[in-house]
Structures are given as C-alpha cells and as structure tokens.
Design a binder for this molecule. Structure first.
Ligand SMILES: [Zn+2]
Ligand SMILES: [Zn+2]
Ligand SMILES: [Zn+2]
Ligand SMILES: [Zn+2]
Length: 364
C-alpha cells in the first residue's frame, strides 16, 4: 500500500517532465535507466502520451458512453436524442415520458437536471450526439463481436454467421431454429418437405387458425365500409382536469356532427388506478358520447384509428352501441395501443388526434 502511494507521487512528476520534454520537441527520457524506477509498473499517463493503448481506447468508449447517454435513463438511445435549452440530453422515450408525467400532474415539464422548461417545442434534437452514438461500438448479440451501432442491425439481421435462423420449411411445420452456419446442413436433411400432404395439412390448418381472427377483423371493416350511412370525423382531444380533490387528467374533444347529431369523445388515463402518475404501465380509454337529444335510437358500429399527422400505432377494434336518450354515452373502450411506451408517446403530445369512423346499422 505504501508502495502504491510512492509510485503515484513519482509518476506525477514523471508525467510533468515527459510533457515538458514533448513541448520542447525532445524525446522523452529513456525509462530503461537501470535504476529503481525501471522496476515500477509502466506509468499509464506516460503511455497515453506516446501512443494510445488498447485500455485507453476502451476507456474512451466508456467515457463517451457516460457523456452521451440519456441523463434520465442513462441508456444509449437508438432513437432520437433531445436536449433541453441548457444542453442536457434525454432520449425521445424519456422526453415523451417526462412531458406525459407533467401533463398527468398538471405541472410544467422540467429538465430533471436544471429544471428548465421542456415543453414539446423548447427541446431540440441533438444530431451530433445521435451521430456520435451511432459510431460507438456495441456487441453483436449472437457472436459478441464489436460493431459500430449504425452497422449492428445489418450485421445481426443478415451477415452474422451465428444469427438465429429458421428453416425454410417453417411454413409447413418445421420448428428448427439454429445458428445460420448450420442452416444449410439442416435444410438438406429436413424431413418436412418429404412428408405426405395429409400430414402437412395439420400444420397449415393451425397456421390458418392463427391468422383467422385478424382476417375476420379486416373482412368486417370492409363490410362496414359498404354500409349506406357512414360518418367520419377527426376529433382532437384536448387535456382538461377534473375538479375532484385530487384532480385527474382527462381529454375531451370539441363537438362534432355525424348523422345530424352532435357528438363528443372523451378519454381517460389508466382509469382503474387512483393516481396514474404512480404506475408505469399506462393505458388510455375512450368513450363516444351523443350530445343531441335524438328521439330515434341510433344503432352504430364505430372504429377508432389514429388521426392525421400522428404516428402512433393503434390496433383497430370494432365496437357497437345503441345510442338512446338513456344510453347517450357508450361504455368506455380501451384504445388499443401496442404498449405503455406508445401510450406515453401519445400523452406527450399536447392533443390526441384520433379518427373515428361511425357506421349506422339500417333498420330493414
Ligand atoms: Zn432516456
Ligand atoms: Zn437541463
Ligand atoms: Zn455477429
Ligand atoms: Zn426444417
């Protein structure tokens, strides 16, 4: 331990003298002087001045990772990187999450580092950081070789010899999966293409059943599109707060007309929990409300899609409800977003843009 202390102090003076000599344009003092100093481990600082070592390059990677990571999740994003007006970095996911959180709490979103305002338009993307990140190396998940992050996807998808591949006879039931370099050997002796048609039918039926639900949904949508009375609207749902003791965020559209009546759409966030800011898994429910007093019941199918200029993914689901003066509000329905991340992305925008298609069931 005492040795360590000594060598540190002597190495400091060494570095200074080496640096001085480099400035004067003279070669550094030969370390092979045969005295005690030559027995000491090589001075890492001295080596960095002469030529970069492998350790110092790896170390540079680590240091850059620490500098270029998102200041919220400490991850290196594969998507856009934003910065607050003081330059603090946050990945697109965290940025959206912070804004969604603040909206739920009815507060202004602030940078977690400097507390400056981070509304949608006060943050800008940092392209230099995004490009620098894309050059940082990362390991291939199959062969563990290092590649720049901007090449890793192409390598893992189509170049890596260790990538997990499926047999080309997967569609007729072969469940073989293995490294790419074993694929051709497997396919040469795969038993599936030699099986009789009657046996292959089993597999094909199972696969068909899997696709059946989706196909039915799309067929139903096409059927609805042939209805005589169809209305379409692009309501913009704006954020409001309930006047409960603990106020809650909800969204509501302006009135829009369809079938000669006035309608409104409302949306709530994670309505099954008391405080949606406390849960990480969030969801959005919406309901369609008839605002006009209609004497005739309106039997409708309706379908909600993402609105124009929005890029989130919604799974279409058809609902049906009969609107009468007593049942003017359709039951709350889940907005089928892919996951909670997508949900936060929707909440991070100031308004929720939806498109609703309504199909009136004719009474004949
Ligand atoms: Zn992040
Ligand atoms: Zn900041
Ligand atoms: Zn690989
Ligand atoms: Zn096979």
């Amino acid at each position: 331990m005492a040795d360590l202390g000594l060598s540190t102090s002597s190495s400091n003076t060494d570095t200074v003298s080496v640096a001085n000599e480099i400035i004067r344009g003279e070669p550094p003092v030969d370390s092979n002087r045969g005295d005690l100093e030559s027995l000491e481990p090589p001075n890492p600082k001295k080596m960095r001045i002469n030529e970069p070592s492998i350790e110092s390059i790896c170390c540079l990677e680590d240091r850059l990772t620490g500098i270029l990571c998102c200041t919220v999740c400490l991850d290196l994003p594969t998507v856009s990187m934003f910065q607050c007006m003081n330059g603090h970095l946050m990945c697109a996911g965290c940025h959206a999450h912070l804004i969604a959180d603040s909206r739920l709490r009815d507060e202004n979103a602030t940078c977690p580092n400097c507390r400056c305002d981070i509304r949608e338009n006060s943050c800008v993307r940092n392209l230099a950081v995004e490009k620098a990140l894309s050059e940082l190396p990362t390991d291939c998940i199959f062969c563990q070789t290092k590649f720049p992050r901007n090449q890793i996807e192409a390598h893992q998808n189509s170049v890596c010899k260790e990538r997990i591949s499926s047999c080309q006879y997967e569609k007729i039931g072969c469940s073989w999966k293995g490294p790419f370099h074993e694929l051709s050997a497997h396919e040469a002796e795969c038993a599936h293409p030699k099986k009789p048609g009657s046996e292959l039918m089993e597999y094909i039926t199972a696969i068909n059943a899997k696709n059946h639900n989706e196909l039915t949904l799309f067929r139903n949508i096409f059927d609805l599109l042939s209805f005589q009375r169809i209305a379409q609207s692009d309501p913009q749902l704006k954020p409001y707060r309930t006047d409960d003791f603990v106020t809650k965020l909800y969204y509501e559209s302006a009135r829009f007309s369809a079938f000669g009546c006035q309608w409104v759409m409302k949306a709530t966030i994670s309505e099954e929990v008391k405080d949606p800011t406390m849960v990480s898994e969030r969801n959005i429910n919406y309901s369609l409300i008839l605002k006009s007093r209609s004497s005739n019941p309106l039997d409708l199918h309706y379908l909600v899609l993402r609105g124009p200029h929005s890029n989130y993914k919604l799974k279409p689901v058809i609902y049906r409800h009969e609107f009468t003066p007593d049942t003017a509000e359709a039951p709350s329905r889940r907005l089928h977003v892919t996951d909670s991340i997508e949900c936060n992305r929707i909440l991070s925008h100031r308004v929720i843009n939806l498109r609703i298609l309504m199909f009136q069931v004719s009474k004949d």
